[in-house]
Each structure stands twice: as C-alpha cells, then as structure tokens.
Design a protein around this ligand. Structure first.
Ligand code: PGA
Length: 251
C-alpha cells in the first residue's frame, strides 16, 4: 500500500526563530495524525538545522526545497544534497514550478539533481504541473506526461521507492484557485498510468502522488477522497500549524 503524505512547503517564509516555533507546534500536534499518514515540513535552507532539532522525537520528517546540481566546489550560493542530508533531512523537493519559472530549472537539470539527491540518501518530492496557458489550450495531460517522462524515465523501479510525485497546477498555486477534485484526479490517474507504462503496475500502485495548489482544510477532504490522490504538498496553509494538521486529518 502506498503511503499517504502531507508535506508543507514553507517557501521563503520564516526566520529561524519563527521556523522553530512553527515546527514545534507541528511536532506537538502531530500525535493526532494517524500512523499511516506521513508528515513532512520543508523550511527554507537556513532553518533546516534548527527545525531538525525542533521536530526531533516526533513523526515529522524534514525536507529541503531544492538541491544543487553538483556535488561540491565553486558554486556560490548552492547547497548540495549531501549537505542537506547532513543536517537531518530525509527529503528534498525538486522541480517546484516556482523554481522552474523563476530559476531556470529544466527537466534536464532535474535528472541530475534527482540522481544526486538519491545518491545522498534523500527521498525526492518531484513536482510537475501545467501553467494556465497550457491548461486553457488543453495541453495539461501532455505537459505532465512529458515532465514525468523527461525526468523519471531515467530512473529505475528501485529508485521509484524513494520518489514521490507532486502534481501542482501552476494556475492554482498561491492563487486561491484549486483544481476541482475531478480535474486533479484525472491528472493523477494519468501520471500513475505513465509510471505504470515504464515501471509496471505494482510500482505505479506503490507511488505516492500528492496534490498541490491552494489545498487547505476546507477542500482537503474532497481532494484526498479521490482514489489517485495520496495527500498534499501544501504552501500557504502549511504556515499555520493548526491548518496543516487539519489537512493531515482529512483522509
Ligand atoms: P499553495 O502552494 O498551497 O500556497 O498554493 C502550493 C505549493 O506551491 O506547494
């Protein structure tokens, strides 16, 4: 059975003390969340070390929001997968649409980053999703299929055990607009089919696929009730511990 996961992407929010406070609140409330639901928080890189301390002993796992496409050396401002792992992270998010859009993250780069993250022992939350123009042109299935093929078809069934996919319709991120449960489900089902075509049905059935894009306590239940939606990658609503935990209680 694939794992259900609710992951909070804090983006560029929280100073170190604010991050510790939020992480402690999430850790304290995480006891309410059933054992079969995984909880992950992804603070900014500057907060990883202190948040690792704050969640110690709880079920909450730690993720970075990105990692470098090199192992070490003269790459000013970059943070390697091994560095991320060394401060206590089990995960990194890769390919978030904001990174694709503002920082030139390409599928090609994501292949390298995913490889390095897996080699460093990290799990990967790989984001895919179409923008508004692509959705309006009816290209959403093709865009997501291409992104999955371009990145994940370079990996093995064994690697897939450490990879979670997040479908994030770009037009629904931070906009308050949510894909309807039906819109999200049909893409999730398509992604699972694309995974099955390469890795077989068992791997596809075991792959966790999260929904991201204005997921909040008021809509999480309906989204998570869909058969191919296994949880959420939460932005704005992850900045309030109560809302984040409420979402994790929505299965
Ligand atoms: P949002 O962000 O929940 O604020 O829309 C989702 C995400 O980008 O992960």
């Amino acid at each position: 059975m694939r794992k259900k996961i609710v992951a909070g992407n804090w983006k560029m929010n929280t100073t170190c003390p604010e991050g510790v406070e939020l992480a402690k609140a999430v850790a304290a409330k995480s006891v309410e969340v059933p054992a079969n639901v995984g909880l992950i928080v992804a603070p900014p890189a500057t907060n990883l070390y202190c948040v690792a301390e704050a969640i110690k002993g709880s079920k909450v796992e730690l993720s970075a929001q990105n990692c470098a496409d090199h192992t070490s050396g003269a790459y000013t401002g970059e943070i390697s997968a091994a560095m991320i792992s060394s401060v206590g992270c089990q995960w990194t998010i890769l390919g978030h649409s904001e990174r694709r859009q503002y920082y030139g993250e390409t599928d090609e780069k994501l292949v390298v980053k995913t490889k390095l993250a897996l080699e460093a022992g990290l799990g990967v939350i790989l984001c895919v999703g179409e923008n508004l123009d692509e959705r309006e042109a009816g290209k959403h299935f093709d865009v997501c299929t291409e992104q999955i093929k371009n990145v994940l078809y370079n990996f093995t069934a064994e690697d897939m055990k450490k990879i979670v996919i997040a479908y994030e319709p770009v037009w629904a991120i931070g906009t308050g607009k949510t894909a309807t449960a039906e819109q999200a489900e049909e893409i999730h089902a398509c992604i699972r089919k694309v995974i099955a075509e390469k890795f077989g049905q068992t791997v596809a059935d075991d792959t966790t696929i999260l929904y991201g894009g204005s997921c909040k306590p008021s809509n999480a239940k309906e989204l998570f009730a869909q058969s191919d939606i296994d949880g959420g990658l939460i932005g704005g609503a992850a900045l309030k511990a109560d809302d984040f935990i409420q979402i994790a209680l929505s299965f």
